[in-house]
Design a protein around this ligand. Structure first.
Ligand code: NAP
Length: 468
């Protein structure tokens, strides 16, 4: 009988696919398991690690980005290896991984976004916030996007989450405040030419159901020259919402209180404003010659669903908002990976509490395959939410290990040799450390926290040059 993995003779070999927070917390959890002999390999399709910490967190939130120092510490462990610039499904097949690892932890996030499914969604000038966020963060997938900010006065942002807050704040603050961050050069130069004066934020439900954190809306109100405008009408809570609010967290109550104060204060004479509108949702984007001109909006009222949650019920009232640009911030969505069962309703890898399933809608788990982060639970929570979440999945992995339920890979890990034989130029952790230092020193020369090369090709050129 073959020996159970996890011992000195047969170390447990696990790989993560993806290198964002959930992948690092999964790696940490494995590496910190007492008495477990383990090796962790992390695969990342980009040459650079850290997922949304690098490509999602807004550049003016450098403090949140500094969590990557925690990941650096995890990666220092000699039992950890990084393989950047390796795409599963192109450079390595899932079968290659199954031949080399006892377990695979899918940490592939949600890289796409929800569509509204309304007319005009493909007009020029209508974008997803995901594209805008990737563009200003220098994500190679989004470097070629163009946002015509030099002629835009009013931007409509659809959605009431923290992503909507991020993109509104980036649009409304003076570009010079971003100049010292790690913002992509191409985005900074367009933001410097921006003529945007107003962001209209559309929430399909009421202020008590806004998903953004109070801190985020307060931060916008603290920007120089920006007014947060809310109408007193919009702040009228219906009796059900008022009762419901009483049952909500202090954070939700703080948001409502803040918005009530803004409404009571009335509009301020400032050059820029964030105009929060509630109980409104777009029903069509209209334009001329293929370019957006206005947003048709339908109003709504709230009605409790079966479990008492207030839901938007459209009413027979419509408004048109002239707009130069639309950013849809209505949630992220996973991308289906061939060979991995996908829950298309939720837009995530089909899983039960982090154990991947053999088929979507089925109940049989796929031995040796696990899911963490947004790919597991959907696009919710902050960076830190991933720590207990990944830990919980790794506990299941260890439980399965004790029950002898792992994959049966070859005696030695052959991943590195396979990649070399295929001529795949992977980025090791020491390559990344050199690139990281280079990005910082290039940034310093420009008065920025970091300079990011905008494309995978340029990043790989830098990696090769730094290897000497
Ligand atoms: P989110 O918090 O789920 O917000 C999505 C928003 O879109 C909600 O207001 C939702 O309204 C609305 N929406 C969904 N479908 C819609 C539709 N068809 N029409 C109109 N509105 C629609 O998602 P997110 O903003 O993408 O953020 C994702 C996660 O990342 C969140 O957990 C967030 O807190 C986190 N995050 C945090 C930060 C930060 O801490 N600074 C920054 C960015 C993101 P309903 O509520 O009515 O569904």
């Amino acid at each position: 009988m073959s020996q159970r993995p996890g011992t000195g003779e047969v170390p447990l070999r696990v790989c993560t696919i993806g290198s964002g927070p959930s992948a690092f917390y999964a790696a940490e959890s494995l590496l910190k398991t007492p008495g477990l002999e383990v090796r962790v390999d992390m695969f990342e399709r980009l040459p650079t690690p850290f997922g949304l910490v690098r490509g999602g967190v807004a550049p003016d939130h450098q403090k949140i980005k500094s969590v990557s120092k925690v990941y650096d510490k995890i990666a220092e462990d000699p039992r950890f290896r990084f393989f950047g610039n390796v795409r599963i499904g192109r450079d390595l097949a899932i079968a290659d991984l199954e031949r080399n690892y006892h377990a695979i932890v899918w940490a592939i996030g949600c890289e796409s976004d929800n569509r509204l499914g309304i007319p005009g969604e493909d007009l020029a000038g209508v974008h997803s916030a995901t594209e805008f966020v990737g563009w200003y963060n220098g994500h190679p997938d989004h470097r070629d996007r163009s946002f015509d900010l030099a002629r835009a006065q009013r931007v409509v942002v659809v959605g009431n989450g923290n992503v909507a807050m991020d993109v509104s704040r980036i649009l409304l603050q003076p570009a010079e405040r971003l100049a010292t961050t790690d913002i992509a050069d191409h985005a900074l130069s367009i933001l410097r030419q921006s003529t945007v004066r107003e962001v209209v934020l559309l929430g399909r439900r009421g202020p008590a159901q806004a998903a953004f954190s109070p801190k985020e809306i307060e931060e916008i109100a603290e920007l120089p020259d920006v007014d947060v405008a809310v109408s007193a009408d919009d702040m009228q809570l219906d009796p059900h919402s008022a009762a419901w609010l009483e049952t909500q967290s202090r954070s939700v109550q703080r948001t409502v209180k803040f918005l009530q104060e803004c409404a009571a204060r009335g509009p301020q004479d400032r050059p820029k404003r964030l105009c929060c509108r509630f109980l409104t949702a777009p029903i069509a984007f209209e334009g001329n010659s293929g370019r957006l001109q206005r947003v048709r909006v339908q109003h709504a009222e709230l009605a409790p669903d079966a479990d008492g949650t207030p839901r938007a019920k459209p009413i027979d009232r419509f408004t048109t908002i002239e707009a130069d640009l639309v950013l849809k911030a209505v949630g992220y969505r996973g991308i289906e990976l061939p060979g991995l069962a996908f829950d298309s309703k939720r837009g995530i890898v089909a899983n039960r509490d982090g154990r991947a399933l053999q088929t979507a809608g089925g109940s049989d788990v796929r031995t040796g395959h696990y899911v963490v982060g947004w790919a597991k639970r959907g696009p919710t929570g902050l960076v830190g939410t991933n720590s207990p979440d990944s830990k919980a999945t790794i506990e299941l992995l260890l439980e399965d290990l004790r029950d002898g339920k792992t994959m049966q890979p070859a005696p030695q890990c052959g991943t590195e040799a396979t990649l070399r034989n295929k001529g795949i130029d992977f980025v090791s952790w020491s390559d990344w450390l050199q690139l990281d230092a280079h990005e910082r020193s290039e940034g310093e020369a420009r008065g920025k926290a970091r300079h990011k090369e905008p494309s995978t090709e340029a990043l790989m050129r830098a990696v090769r040059a730094l290897r000497g």
